[in-house]
Ligand binder design. Structure first.
Ligand SMILES: Cc1cc2nc3c(=O)[nH]c(=O)nc-3n(C[C@H](O)[C@H](O)[C@H](O)COP(=O)(O)O)c2cc1C
Length: 188
């Protein structure tokens, strides 16, 4: 697919088939994603691939954290939130948690930007292969308690959870963007 068409046709697709994505494909996508610009070549990204039973365990951990944070909610509201958290990771055959691991060598915002480039590389490469993706965070991705479970360090931060799979059905999602001109000032 031509690059401009690829960029514009990538969509966040939540309805994913249960069919597994081969490990080799995931590895290939990650190896493409890392070809991202990064200041002082710090390569500040980390990946955690969660699949199979790993998704059930991640859901259990997310439910445990959600339960802890549910004080003040009614019993019914808390129950619903906890159940939703437990089921969340089952919405895709593979989830890739992308985290930034700040090196301290450059401002953190630059390393977050580099991880944004990695993210887009991954999404585009997946789209080109006919795979569907959606990045999800919600509140849970930013809970510090999730970091040790994913073997992340204290200073690491999750950029997003990439849900990866084959699209369940043909999709045509209408999308719009504000013309860049409306957000641009030129200095001649
Ligand atoms: C860092 C990040 C976090 C996101 N978190 C969520 C999320 O928690 N839930 C969700 O439905 N979509 C999430 N999205 C996807 C956006 O909703 C989606 O990109 C946006 O609606 C534009 O649609 P498009 O990706 O099809 O162009 C996230 C995207 C990014 C980049």
């Amino acid at each position: 697919m031509e690059l401009v068409e690829l960029i514009k046709s990538r969509r966040s697709i939540g309805a994913l088939d249960e069919k597994d994505v081969p490990d080799e494909v995931v590895k290939e996508l990650l190896d493409i994603a890392v070809w991202a610009p990064n200041h002082k070549k710090t390569e500040p990204w980390k990946f955690r691939v969660i699949k199979g039973e790993g998704r059930v365990k991640l859901g259990e951990e997310m439910a445990r954290i959600t339960k802890e944070k549910s004080t003040g909610l009614s019993e019914e509201e808390a129950k619903q939130k906890i159940e939703k958290a437990a089921k969340g990771p089952l919405r895709a055959p593979v989830i890739i948690a992308l985290a930034v691991s700040p090196s301290g060598k450059v401002p953190e915002i630059e390393e977050i930007a580099a991880c944004g480039c990695v993210l887009q590389n991954f999404l585009l490469a997946a789209t080109e292969k006919g795979l569907a993706t959606i990045v999800r965070t919600g509140d849970i991705a930013h809970e510090p308690e999730l970091r040790p479970y994913l073997k992340l360090e204290e200073n690491d931060k999750i950029i997003g959870l990439i849900y990866l799979g084959y699209p369940k059905k043909d999709f045509e999602i209408k999308a719009v963007r504000t013309p860049a001109e409306e957000k641009t000032i030129w200095f001649d």
